[in-house]
Design a protein around this ligand. Structure first.
Ligand SMILES: [Fe+2]
Length: 314
């Protein structure tokens, strides 16, 4: 398992998510299941005490991430025994085609999206992106999208149960707005890194050269697209599984003008909250500096998976 350095706060976020998971699971099982669940809750409470009280450094963080992974495994085992309904199964084929692994992952229950922990410190992208912006952007703005999406999903669930769809249009819009915000920001945090910058390599670089002429032409086109987003929105590099090409899109207000077929590979947030504290109205400068934190290996990883999706070309 690859660990990234998590501070105390992301670990506590993660614990909070696990606690909600356990809490919700109580309704889906019998008495024996609940008894077993209590043991997991005790483990979780104990872990939280430790995380709060121990002095923190990267080694301690990795140790706790290991404990959290252990908790998650225990929970999966519990689900297999007591709560099959909330599991989905994903079949993963190994590259050599000889083995087939059955991996079980949690589906996100309705209304239970969560804020992903920032995979580096708030000040890690200084001097290009300042710590205060990162803190507000992640903890306040992104949390707002998560809360908004959860609320919309729960309201739509309620509508399905009661058959009262009067406000459906409103909640669908809310789900699109907050859902697009949640998913794009989740990718955005991971496509940036203090060790970012430079150029991609390998297959992604070759594809960029093929589809945009050269890396420089691509970078210029992408920067212009970001500058010219009308009002709030994003510039996004996507892979089009139908045209079999990379494409650059502008996403105004992020739920509009979306190409639902595409897989976002490299989004750049040009909402004012992403840069205003440090750059004020100088979006150009923010865009120029942003290239220094682009984490190409993450984009390459996304591309490697996305390019396997292919539909009949039209
Ligand atoms: Fe944003």
């Amino acid at each position: 398992m690859n660990y990234r350095y998590w501070g105390r706060k992301p670990l506590l976020y993660s614990l909070r998510f696990h606690r909600q998971q356990l809490e919700r699971s109580k309704n889906n099982c019998d008495a024996e299941g609940r008894k077993q669940l209590q043991k997991l809750e005790q483990y979780l409470a104990h872990l939280e005490d430790e995380i709060r009280s121990r002095p923190f450094d990267p080694l301690v963080s990795y140790y706790f991430q290991g404990r959290l992974a252990h908790l998650q495994q225990q929970y999966l085992r519990w689900q297999q025994k007591f709560d099959q309904a909330s599991l989905i199964e994903v079949q993963q084929h190994r590259q050599d085609g000889e083995h087939e692994e059955l991996v079980q992952i949690n589906r996100v229950p309705i209304g239970q999206h969560r804020l992903p922990p920032l995979p580096y410190r708030f000040d890690a992208l200084e001097p290009y992106i300042d710590a205060q912006t990162m803190r507000l952007h992640h903890d306040v703005h992104h949390q707002g999208y998560v809360d908004g999406l959860n609320r919309a999903e729960l309201e739509m669930e309620k509508a399905r149960k009661t058959g009262d769809f009067k406000l459906l249009k409103h909640w669908e819009r809310e789900a699109a707005f907050h859902g697009a915000g949640h998913y794009l920001h989740t990718i955005f945090w991971y496509v940036m890194h203090p060790k970012g910058g430079g150029k991609p390599s390998g297959r992604l670089l070759r594809q960029i050269e093929k589809d945009f002429g050269s890396f420089n032409q691509f970078q210029q086109h992408f920067s212009e697209a970001a500058k010219q987003v009308e009002g709030a929105g994003w510039a996004i590099l996507i892979w089009s599984p139908r045209a079999h090409r990379l494409e650059i899109l502008q996403a105004e207000k992020h739920q509009n003008l979306s190409q639902w077929d595409g897989v976002p590979l490299l989004p750049l947030d040009v909402w004012e909250h992403a840069y205003y504290l440090k750059y004020q109205n100088k979006r150009d400068e923010y865009i120029k500096n942003w290239w220094n934190v682009v984490y190409w290996s993450e984009v390459e990883k996304r591309f490697a998976v996305a390019r396997k999706v292919r539909w009949e070309p039209f």
